[in-house]
Design a protein around this ligand. Structure first.
Ligand SMILES: Nc1nc2c(ncn2[C@@H]2O[C@H](COP(=O)(O)OP(=O)(O)O)[C@@H](O)[C@H]2O)c(=O)[nH]1
Ligand SMILES: [Mg+2]
Length: 321
């Protein structure tokens, strides 16, 4: 077992932080480490929280941490929102708001994405969440801005995906266009202290009628005012109902299997691409085929030459266990 994995198993928080740095920096022992911690995962419930910048995701996460800590649950947070107060692009007020959690050993907050990672933000985040799961957090919150494909990809790891909307903002249309509606398990109308809650509720319901007809789970809509700490228990009830639904219907297994498959593909894709890109950039691969003069022929030649050896091409330790 990787020594960091052993320390993570003993709930050594410094080891967890170090391990996430390994993941972010594509450390050469990263795959060994992830392989070691994999059997320790599966205990946490992953909650993705997505929504436009300013929707109140960080405020909500902050309140949820308090709420869950009162239930004695261990909470891990991965913040992918570059503007989130956890990530350093922060406004002072938010930092102060968050800071009390830093002294609580039952809370671990890590911001992702400010560092560039070769593996891409979504992969790095998944791996960080895995590490937190192995550590033994009961609930892992992933905050992300719902804007691009990588955010959508991040949400695919969540057991429960919550989409945060605000009354009077019109962002429900954006959410619909971006395909986020389909992945939502739960809608949070945050800033329910503002006018237009009923209207937004109606809009969400109409859009749900359009897309969700065949699904057995209809995403509930909960109203929250994060700044006043209102609606948190309703929100948690909705999350636990969804969790129970997943367990009852076996969808959780299905989800994990689906995830497993996607992850294998991602790892294979990434490992092959990195190796091949290195060779191509150093001229090892493509210079041999340069005479072919067009990129298609050259690419084809490279693929044809590489394919037979692919089964031996993945970094050590990946295919022996
Ligand atoms: N009126 C109102 N404002 C809120 C509420 N929740 C958050 N805000 C404010 O919305 C702004 C953006 O919040 P933040 O949590 O940083 O949003 P994020 O970008 O989605 O993480 C901040 O000024 C918050 O104080 C709420 O329930 N009601
Ligand atoms: Mg934020």
């Amino acid at each position: 077992m990787h020594p960091l994995a052993e320390r993570i198993a003993k709930q050594d928080i410094r080891a967890l932080a170090r391990a996430i740095t390994y993941v972010e920096s594509d450390h050469e022992e990263k795959l060994d480490l992830l392989q070691s911690i994999y059997p320790m995962t599966g205990g946490a419930h992953y909650i993705g929280i997505t929504g436009a910048p300013g929707a109140g995701k960080s405020s909500l996460v902050n309140r949820l941490i308090d709420f869950l800590r009162k239930k004695d649950l261990l909470v891990g947070v991965a913040a992918v929102d570059p503007t989130s107060p956890f990530s350093g692009g922060a406004i002072l007020g938010d930092r102060v708001r968050m800071s009390r959690h830093f002294t609580d050993p039952g809370v671990f907050i890590r911001s992702m994405g400010t560092r560039g990672s070769l593996g891409g933000l979504s992969r790095t985040t998944k791996e960080a969440v895995r590490l937190m799961d192995a550590f033994g957090f009961d609930v892992i919150l992933v905050e992300t801005v719902g804007v691009g494909q990588s955010e959508l990809d991040i949400m695919k790891i969540a057991d429960t995906t919550a989409v945060v909307l605000n009354p009077g903002s019109g962002d429900v249309v954006q959410v619909f266009k971006a395909g986020i509606m389909e992945i939502a398990d739960l809608f949070i109308i945050n800033k329910a202290d503002l006018p237009g809650v009923g209207k937004l509720n109606g809009q969400i319901n109409s859009l749900l009628d359009l897309i969700k007809q065949s699904k057995p789970w209809r995403p509930p809509i909960v109203r929250v005012t994060a700044t006043k700490n209102e609606g948190l228990s309703e929100l948690w009830d909705a999350v636990t109902s969804h969790r129970d639904f997943l367990r009852r219907t076996g969808d959780k297994e299905q989800l994990r299997l689906e995830r497993f498959k996607n992850e294998v593909l991602e790892i294979v894709h990434y490992e092959l691409m990195t190796r091949l890109s290195e060779q191509i950039e150093s001229g090892e691969e493509w210079s041999r085929d340069r005479a072919a003069a067009d990129p298609y022929t050259t690419a084809k030649a490279i693929i044809e030459r590489r394919l037979p050896s692919m089964k031996n091409g993945v970094k050590g330790g990946m295919n022996d266990g």
